[in-house]
Design a protein around this ligand. Sequence first.
Ligand SMILES: [Zn+2]
Length: 451
Amino acid sequence: MKITFLGATQTVTGSKFLVSHNHRQILVDCGLYQGYKWLRRRNRQPLPLDIDKLDAIVLTHAHLDHSGYIPVLYKQGYRGPVYCHPATQALCDILLSDSGHLQEEDAGYLAKHRLSKHEKPEPLYDRKTAEHSMQLFRPLDFDQPKEVGDMRFWLQPVGHILGAGSLILECEGKKVGFSGDVGRPDDVFMRPPRPLPALDLLLLESTYGDRRHEPGDPLEQLATLVNDTVAAGGVMLIPSFAVGRAQTLQHLLVRLMDEQRIPKLKVFLDSPMAIEVGEIYERFVDQHRLSRADCHRMGQVITLVRSVEDSKALADEVYPHIIIAGSGMVTGGRILHHMKRLLGDHRTTLLLTGHQAGGTRGAKLLQGCDKVRIHGDWFDNRARVERLHGLSGHADYAELGQWLADSELTASTAIELVHGEPEALEAMRDYLRQTTDFEVNIGEYERILTL
Ligand SMILES: [Zn+2]
């Protein structure tokens, strides 16, 4: 069996690993490169892979850096199956279509402002192609084995987001694990990652290989910030990711109200995508920590805002109130319209809730900029800008270490570190070398491992 690293090497995006044995091939994850332009350019370069010889794709979870390249392969003629958890399929249905839409918008923007060297810049793929590629999806429940030639594989739950799994693959007596993105033991929403079985090789994510999550209770911090905003008589704006984070925030706010730690106030979820994702979380209620009653209670308290007219009408709502809207790093979405009218007001709190990648508007706001450029115009920022800690969907290095310790791995397990920035990968390698007997290396692009 051969494993070729085709993505998520020295970076956190573009996950792709090709497993081949006896002329049969499986691609584990099919992710888009995101973030810096030099990385995104790789999405346009041909993959060193013969599509006609690819038998199957398997996804660990729905995030675009693991799934967003599927429409590209579809466009190039791939018509084989895409196996993933049914919840991943449901989430991809929303995420891939949205990704196609954004690709079209980006190409349109480049054309309008003549920013491309091409006469007519083409999107990587459009919404229609993304939607057509969903025909290839085949549900694979946790622990349900599937075979391609002599290779046998299955998914096991790993927390992180709904439907996320680690992939275990065995072939001729050898067993390989692909960690996928590993969740946290005490996540508000998701259950802890399941320990791994004995493996010969593990490809381990290292997003937080050089960091520990800040201690502290997000519920406590959120209560303080909401109460401060209420006392100031302002609006709390929460830019949020649609998958996972928006649902967690709603749940935390409802809990704080029910426990009377914050006053009952209006909370608007102004994101059609997050609303759709919420419905999927409710459909797969046995896959996370929340009960049907919790989900129902969220529906009673939170006001869902779908249409653009209703979103605009939020300008007439009495203060104080809370608006949750996309996007998580303030790079787009409806939150921008609310920021334009509310950032100049010192009573406003802008609460960032996740990692803010370098160069994004979210990162600049965290650094304390007093002017923000939105849709081409500059706006004064007098709002209180804060970051809510403790909601990360990724295990930090100590939590990853504990997960490995709880697993059935032995000293003969080799570990290849992937899905991390270079500093994180090096720190993770050093940490594991110091604290364990595993043979630990950092995965390199296009390297081929033979087992
Ligand atoms: Zn992920």
